[in-house]
Design a binder for this molecule. Structure first.
Ligand code: DWN
Ligand code: SAH
Length: 396
């Protein structure tokens, strides 16, 4: 792959490595230069430097999908649809995290693969067979010896985290029955570019896929997208329904062509579009900094809401630290009481809806704006203000 660099996001920490007070004193945090490139051949977009997976996905991974109602609902809806439409005999979920998807299925019909042992233990304790491993051919062979026919593989927000795509798809091909289907969902590059959500890039997100790149990738493995769904989760995602080339049971839905046309119309096949995006990011950075400076000049108190991994990219790029944002509210047990990587802003436990904690609240988890604004409607009604950086920096 020949990636042409188009975006420089500066020095960034690992976005899920929260620090204790002790860590802060010892200052043992490492920063990595985060740059993003485009491969004109495959149309794949990737960060340029990769950090070892073992470093990022260990036994202390804090992120839990189940803490967002939006995600729980999205997984539940998909489970219902899958049962109705495909009625699979046996499913494997890659990147099962804390079980938000697999808990919708019978324990005999699904297994999880999750390298973070603390997360894998959660689903094991729920009674689901879970392999605490990275997805690779060795594991695929091991599982295939035990389960006869696997007719569905699902991976949400996970394939984008795995560097070696050859290994990912060869292993899936090995395990998936000829009539089986693969469902992948990940943030959509088109949506990311449209709303300048440059925070989709952080060290865990090695790739941001488009249908264009997914299609060209899959060809190599004799796999094919036969349908897609646009999702509003994670700021705009695409769900790809994929089959083996040899499987003629499914027709290619016209949505596939429509999405491809939209991506081409937007220019995702041209490097110039990527250069434009980089300029948009720079403008977004300047505008957000201007908003914060102005508010601080007027001595306003600002806090953050939702210490998402994505927030790290914004805070590091815009050089926002605890002088500007007093603290972040978050619901994640393994984040509260610790300091955010890079910015070292303190994470406070979110207990109840906002009252008058601050003049302005920076929306870190902007992708759950609907869920959050619904929860905080009283605060908003009383004139409480939020700051967001998408689709452009503004106060709402
Ligand atoms: O790709 C990934 C996605 C699936 O999850 C991983 N690499 C890591 C993670 O990314 P993220 O941290 O950017 O995801 P979220 O789901 O946007 O994070 C939201 C954060 O906000 C979580 O820490 C939970 C928190 N939250 C909250 O405090 N109150 C969320 C909601 C909805 C709330 O009401
Ligand atoms: N599927 C969940 C979790 C996404 S977070 C959801 O959509 O909400 C990304 C998950 O991928 C993490 O739990 C991480 O441990 C897992 N992951 C990262 N690399 C992986 C790999 N090589 N194989 C399997 N899972 C992996």
């Amino acid at each position: 792959m020949m990636y042409k660099k188009f975006l420089d996001l500066g020095l960034q920490p690992l976005a899920n490595k929260y620090l204790t007070k002790k860590d802060l004193i010892k200052k043992k945090e490492r920063l990595y230069h985060l740059e993003v490139g485009f491969d004109e051949n495959t149309k794949l977009v990737s960060i340029l430097k990769n950090i070892s997976a073992e470093k990022m996905f260990d036994n202390k991974y804090p992120y839990r999908s189940s803490l967002s109602k939006t995600m729980l609902n999205s997984f539940k809806k998909l489970a219902q649809k899958v049962n109705k439409t495909f009625n699979p005999n046996f499913i494997i979920e890659i990147g099962s995290n804390d079980g938000s998807f697999i808990k919708n299925f019978d324990k005999k019909k699904i297994i999880g693969v999750e390298p973070c042992t603390n997360m894998a233990n959660i689903t094991k304790n729920m009674g689901y067979k879970t392999y605490s491993n990275f997805w690779n051919i060795k594991l695929a062979k091991k599982i295939k010896l035990k389960v006869k026919s696997i007719d569905m593989v699902y991976a949400a927000n996970t394939i984008s985290h795995i560097k070696n795509l050859d290994s990912v798809f060869n292993s899936i091909n090995h395990i998936l029955s000829d009539k089986g289907i693969l469902i992948i969902e990940d943030p959509s590059l088109l949506e990311c570019f449209k709303i300048v959500s440059y925070d989709q890039f952080y060290n865990e997100h090695i790739y941001i896929f488009s249908l264009l790149s997914m299609k060209s990738l899959l060809k190599k493995y004799k796999l094919e997208v036969f349908n897609i769904e646009k999702l509003s989760t994670h700021g705009g995602s695409l769900r790809y329904y994929i089959k083996k080339d040899s499987n003629n049971k499914f027709r290619i839905n016209k949505k596939v062509k429509e999405q491809l046309n939209q991506e081409i119309k937007f220019g995702l096949n041209k490097f110039l579009t990527y250069i434009k995006f980089s300029k948009n990011v720079d403008n977004s950075r300047k505008k957000l900094r201007a908003i914060f400076s102005k508010l601080k000049k007027h001595n306003k108190k600002i806090i953050g809401y939702g210490s998402a991994a994505k927030v790290c990219t914004i805070l590091s790029l815009c050089n926002i630290k605890s002088e500007t944002l007093d603290y972040f509210f978050d619901t994640t047990p393994n984040k509260v009481g610790k300091y955010m990587p890079g910015s070292h802003i303190y994470v406070k436990k979110y207990i109840k809806p906002l009252t008058n904690e601050a003049d302005y609240v920076f929306l870190g988890a902007w992708n759950f704006k609907k869920e959050i604004f619904n929860k905080e409607r009283k605060f908003i009604k009383r004139g409480g203000k939020f700051i967001t950086h998408v689709p452009f920096p503004k106060i709402i």
